[in-house]
Design a protein around this ligand. Structure first.
Ligand code: MCA
Length: 552
């Protein structure tokens, strides 16, 4: 047996012991329905396969992490079941959060309305008609207090899908935690904070790339010092895929964006191991089951090589690509919406086979509206059935060694690297975004995919084949139209109650801080938030200094 194989195997055994101390194995022993024992890990049987195994796959919890970032993965702890939710007022969303936690969800994920996402208050003319529509409306710290009321922030981790104003919402979260008696260094969660993919695919940007990258590196630095357990960014391929990219492009553009954040942070004077362990990722789980599972495995392997070899990161935590997955929203059909339950189950299974850390399963009615409570429950139950009934979580990386999956993993890696090298030659992801390169590649892929659907080369069940005349689902969620008025009234009350002079002074200090590139804006934003300055007011100060982006 080769030296290196043996060493790595015994290191893995030690790692498993340590993981078991943190999260004891869910079962002892793990048995299938015929009472056969299931091992934590299955390995190549032939000694001749060991070298290749160590180089390409490695042991789980070890470089290059092809088999997963934890030594025994879901035997110790399932992925976090984290359903993205939010609509209407903070009070309504708080009720939905409590409902989901009661139903066994294990983490929170906040959807904000569009005005919040682009830094406008609910009473701004730009917000009209959009308040509380696609997510919860948050104007001031008071809304955040209501949103998180009764949720113990030392126990529950919260993801917030917020990008351009991520700094503001993170500060609000910290302020609420402090009010609960939870110091910033104990909070856990993630802000999306990924502006590059907003320019490429999602659209909720405010400022131009350069100052946006500065705010992001300010957040990295601030969190490294003050909130070291918080994931500072969720570098997202999800939306790139939703915009029509291929699986290869999804990984390539996401990792290229990831490299741009690493470059920017290093350029600002941070050391790679100071911030890299808290970079997180977010991918899509689309329809092609094996391609998706292989995609996740390839993404992990590529990122770890980049971090270790290109960026010379020393801390093993910097090498691990940790990711959230959401099933593919654009794969859902408005026709025969219950079919979506089946699609979601298969997509979710690919994410679990690919070793995801956290998962959102879409609800069946999401091609039509925000999910009803019943639909959201079925979506969560889908994850619970995979976790508790299917047995796929009982051994690590069960697809490893499949000729097909390993070849797919290698091929995806190779094609992703070709893109990454090309983007590198263009001067990196920021340049490629500004030139519209990624946008064009995605549009071309989306066009090709649509042609295949229209020509029926690709069959979408119930949509371009096997249609029925069934009515669409009648029981859809509707957001109360009166909400906007109530939200605006609440905001005006806050403005009357707060110490306006103090707010003005703090906003002014933020303005001065923004003018000096060397100053970190985060402590100033935190002060503003604590004085009940609003999302819109804070973003307007930064708008006046940084300008607004108008597109590539
Ligand atoms: C479409 C829509 C839109 O466009 O609007 C959106 O964007 S929705 C977008 C919604 N986005 C999201 O919901 C993003 C969610 N992302 C995340 O939750 C994070 O970024 C994540 C992917 C890193 C997952 O974080 P998490 O806290 O849920 O899970 P982790 O895997 O980090 O586990 C929590 C802790 O348990 C430890 N842990 C976990 N599993 C094990 C194990 N088997 N053995 C030992 N330890 C373990 C971890 O190391 C960690 O501790 P330690 O930390 O100490 O190591």
């Amino acid at each position: 047996m080769s030296q290196s194989y043996n060493e790595k195997k015994s290191k893995w055994e030690q790692q498993v012991k340590k993981a078991n101390e943190k999260f004891p194995e869910r079962k002892q022993p793990f048995l299938n329905k015929s009472e056969m024992e299931i091992d934590p890990l299955y390995l190549p049987e032939e000694e001749s396969g060991y070298e290749r195994y160590v180089e390409k796959l490695g042991f789980p919890g070890q470089y290059p992490y092809t088999r997963g970032i934890q030594p025994s993965m879901y035997r110790n702890r399932f992925w976090t079941m984290r359903q993205y939710a939010g609509f209407g007022s903070a009070k309504e969303t708080n009720q939905r959060f409590r409902y989901l936690l009661d139903q066994g969800q294990t983490g929170l994920s906040v959807a904000f309305d569009l005005p919040t996402q682009i830094g406008y208050d609910s009473d701004d003319p730009m917000a009209e008609g959009e308040v509380g529509k696609v997510g919860v409306a948050i104007d001031s710290l008071e809304d955040m207090e209501t949103l998180l009321d009764g949720i113990p922030l030392d126990q529950v981790s919260t993801s917030m899908t917020i990008n351009a104003p991520a700094s503001v919402l993170l500060c609000m979260y910290i302020a609420v935690a402090e009010k609960q008696g939870v110091p910033a260094d104990k909070i856990t969660g993630t802000i999306q904070n990924d502006i590059l993919k907003e320019y490429i695919a999602r659209g909720t940007y405010i400022y131009p790339p350069k100052p946006s990258m500065r705010i992001i590196t300010n957040i990295f630095e601030f969190c490294a010092e003050n909130a070291p357990k918080f994931n500072t960014i969720s570098i997202s391929g999800y939306h790139i895929r939703e915009a029509g990219s291929t699986a290869v492009q999804e990984v390539a553009f996401t990792l290229a964006n990831g490299m741009a954040y690493v470059d920017a942070a290093i350029e600002s004077g941070l050391k790679v191991d100071q911030f890299a362990p808290r970079l997180a990722f977010f991918f899509n789980a689309h329809n092609h089951f094996f391609e998706e599972a292989a995609k996740f495995r390839a993404a992990r392997r590529i990122w770890s090589k980049l971090m270790k070899e290109k960026y010379q990161a020393q801390d093993e935590k910097s090498w691990r690509l940790r990711f959230h997955t959401q099933t593919g929203g654009s794969t859902l059909t408005a026709q025969q919406p219950d079919n979506n339950i089946v699609r979601v189950a298969l997509q979710a299974l690919s994410a679990v086979m690919g070793g995801t850390q956290s998962l959102h399963t879409n609800s069946r009615d999401e091609a039509l509206a925000l999910p009803t409570e019943e639909s959201a429950r079925i979506a969560l139950r889908t994850q619970q059935i995979i976790a508790h009934e299917s047995g796929v979580a009982d051994t690590v990386d069960p697809l490893a060694g499949s000729y097909y999956v390993e070849k797919l993993t290698d091929d995806i890696e190779q094609q992703v690297m070709e893109y990454i090298e090309k983007i590198d030659e263009m001067g990196g992801a920021v340049q490629a975004v500004e030139d519209g390169y990624m946008q064009r590649e995605i549009h071309q892929a989306a066009y090709e995919a649509q042609k295949k659907i229209e020509s029926k080369e690709d069959i979408i069940v119930g949509m371009n084949e096997f249609q029925t005349d069934d009515e669409v689902h009648a029981d859809l969620l509707k957001v109360d139209e009166a909400l906007e008025k109530e939200q605006v009234e609440g905001l005006q009350k806050i403005r009357q109650k707060r110490d306006q002079e103090n707010v003005d002074q703090l906003l002014n200090e933020l303005k001065t801080a923004a003018q000096d590139e060397k100053v970190n804006v985060m402590p100033h934003i935190l002060d503003c938030v604590k004085a009940y300055a609003t999302v819109g007011e804070i973003c307007n100060v930064l708008r006046s200094e940084f300008g607004e982006y108008t597109g590539a």
